[in-house]
Design a protein around this ligand. Structure first.
Ligand code: F6R
Length: 612
């Protein structure tokens, strides 16, 4: 989960590399480093901490050079120190390597290389690759691409690697296995990066790289080959979003901007999904009506916030399509012999499309014969590429580490799948589908309405800044929303926060309540189960024990026992999560700002988790 950039071309390489790293800092920010090819040697600088530390350490008279590599790190092997920061060098200081992922057999390699006289400087797994590549380059007459092909055959694990050598600095060689890497095709200049965001200012032409493909860039072009050296065709695609979409747009933080992006993100995900004769249009599923009718069970797999979207989805899909749905944390999935076969549809939800836990679960499900449908926000990322089909959410780039707009678009995307399944399986009539779809089309406007009243909500939130425990209560489909509210607060404000199903309180968690404990309760829209009344009882139970209760409630609903009420527009029960989530995002954001934490890059986290 590190960010990687490579540049070669006529510009001074420093700017595209450092600006690229700034765009990739969401992937890790424990340390940063660069290696620039000066023509005779490498200029290398690296520093623990954020990119700003590296920039502060650079000399004013930095040489003007035209190629180089840069790295921003999320530490795995070896603490976040200057020494462990990338790039790592061979003993001659002429070959530099940067790496994202884990080299599982690094200690074996290190022992072998040390026996042959290599001296190691760091505690990282990456350094073994620098030494190995250096040896192999010599064996291959100075050909770095051939050396990389040979090196990869010796490596186990998941990795993206980039290497540069002082003797031919305009050439940068990369490879990927289970970790992201994409090439950018410019005019007389070319790029490599973990994510297109790094080079979007310079080119919108990107080239996909497959598993174990070795890529070589120079100002003249991009060449890709497999591990046997066979040249492969370039799979080029156009990047559809522009640089402005990845800027803060006047907001104090990316997270706040992304909260405000939500109405558009939901609208973009929903647009054009119902035909004039009320048929759900989801050709991306690549499933015939017959295949849809044969589905016996659905498993939703995901991590973190995306897992909460999956939990929400279960309520809608089961209600509409009458298929049993189980929802599972991806990191647990393949370790318990899940019941999955050709009659199963597995829905893998991911913003980044690179989450390793999910990728492994997807592979497991595919190997068991299931059909895998990815719901993803990142074009051409690994999980959609390895799935049978993909439905893209259209949230646009999500830069803040805490997921917001991706979550809401994941919910509506999976709802579209639920509608499609219900319609094809005959459990929903066309008229019902039309009415549900039309109700979903109201959601962007309703979220907009909540955001228009954000100021009083921010003010209210500040009253809870000193609380060190906040509990979230939900019932029914609002239970996963309570979990999501708690996750946001934990990761952003580093506060003990937990989400509970209201009915579970009496089975243990109520013991946590003491005088002044903050409780945020989501009052469900009234339905046939009268869950709202049950939640009102839960509110009384915690209030009687001293809790300060904030209630998120639909306009007009009667609320008793709340210290504060946050009103949201009325939506039918299945759609309420999309609305109820928004105040919780704002709550976590505001507390984090007031407590002075790093909102966009919370400690110990990274946006894209490409290790298991
Ligand atoms: C929380 C958050 C994480 C991600 C999780 C999955 O705000 O962002 O919990 O949801 O790491 O990431 P993706 O969706 O990229 O697979």
């Amino acid at each position: 989960m590190c960010g990687i950039v490579g540049y070669t071309g006529p510009q001074s390489a420093f700017t595209p590399i450092v600006e690229g790293l700034r765009r990739l800092e969401y992937r890790g920010y424990d340390s940063a480093g660069i290696a620039l090819g000066t023509g005779t040697s490498l200029f290398v600088e690296k520093r623990a901490g954020k990119l700003a530390n590296l920039e502060g350490a650079l000399p004013a008279n930095l040489p003007t050079v035209h190629s180089g590599i840069g790295h921003t790190r999320w530490a795995t092997h070896g603490g976040p120190t200057d020494r462990n920061a990338h790039p790592h060098l061979d003993n001659e200081g002429k070959l530099a390597v940067i790496h994202n992922g884990i080299i599982e057999n690094y200690s074996e390699l290190k022992a072998e290389l040390e026996k042959r006289g290599h001296k190691f400087e760091s505690e990282t797994d990456t350094e073994s690759v620098a030494h190995l590549l250096s040896e192999l380059r010599k064996e291959h007459g100075g050909d770095l691409t051939a050396a990389m092909r040979a090196a990869v055959r010796r490596l186990r694990g998941s990795f993206t690697l980039l290497a540069i050598h002082a003797d031919a600095p305009q050439t940068i060689v990369g490879v990927r296995r289970n970790s992201p890497l994409v090439a950018g095709l410019g005019k007389g200049e070319n790029f490599l990066a973990s994510d297109v965001a790094a080079f979007i200012d310079y080119t919108k032409r990107a080239v996909e790289l497959g598993q174990d493909e070795v890529v070589t860039i120079s100002p003249e072009g991009i060449a890709i080959c497999d591990l046997d050296g066979k040249a492969l065709p370039l799979k080029e695609y156009e990047i559809t979003w522009d640089a402005a979409a990845a800027q803060k747009g006047g907001f104090a933080h990316f997270m706040l901007k992304e909260i405000f992006d939500q109405p558009k993100a939901i609208a973009d995900t929903l647009i054009g999904r119902l035909s004039d004769n009320d048929q759900v249009l989801l050709d991306e599923l690549h499933m015939s009506d017959d295949e849809i009718k044969k589905i016996k069970r659905i498993s939703v797999i995901a991590c973190g916030t995306a897992y909460h979207a999956g939990m929400v989805a279960k309520y809608a899909i089961e209600k509409w399509a009458k298929v049993p749905v189980d929802v599972e944390i991806a990191s647990e999935y393949r370790y318990r012999d899940p019941i999955v076969d050709k009659d199963s549809l597995v829905i893998a939800i991911s913003q980044s499309g690179e989450t390793m836990d999910l990728l492994m679960a997807v592979r497991h499900a595919k190997a068991a014969g299931a059909r895998v449908l990815a719901v993803c926000n990142t074009n051409s990322s690994t999980i959609p590429r390895e799935s049978d089909a993909v439905l893209y959410t259209h949230a646009g780039p999500e830069i803040a580490v805490a997921s917001t707009k991706a979550f809401l678009t994941q919910i509506v995307a999976v709802y579209l799948i639920g509608l499609k399944l219900g319609q094809v399986r005959g459990t929903l009539t066309d008229a019902q589908v039309k009415s549900l779809y039309n109700e979903m089309l109201e959601l962007p406007g309703q979220v907009e309405q909540i955001l228009e009243t954000i100021e009083p909500l921010r003010e209210l939130t500040r009253k809870f800044v000193k609380n060190n425990t906040v509990l979230f209560l939900g019932r029914g489909i609002e239970y996963p929303v309570a979990l999501e509210g708690a996750l946001k607060l934990k990761e952003l404000a580093y506060i003990h926060a937990e989400g509970f199903a209201g009915g579970e309180l009496k089975h243990g968690p109520i013991a946590l309540i003491e005088e002044g404990t903050a409780v945020i309760a989501i009052l469900p829209t009234k339905d046939e189960h009268a869950l709202d009344e049950k939640m009102l009882s839960n509110i009384q139970e915690v209030k009687a024990r001293g809790a300060r209760v904030v209630v998120i409630a639909p306009e007009g609903a009667e609320v008793i026992g709340a210290e504060h009420i946050i009103r949201i527009p009325v939506a039918s029960p299945l759609f309420q999560p999309v609305l109820a989530t928004v105040p919780l995002q704002v709550f976590a954001y505001e507390i984090a700002v007031a407590r002075g934490t790093d909102v966009d890059q919370p400690r110990n986290l990274a946006k894209s988790v490409t290790v298991e």
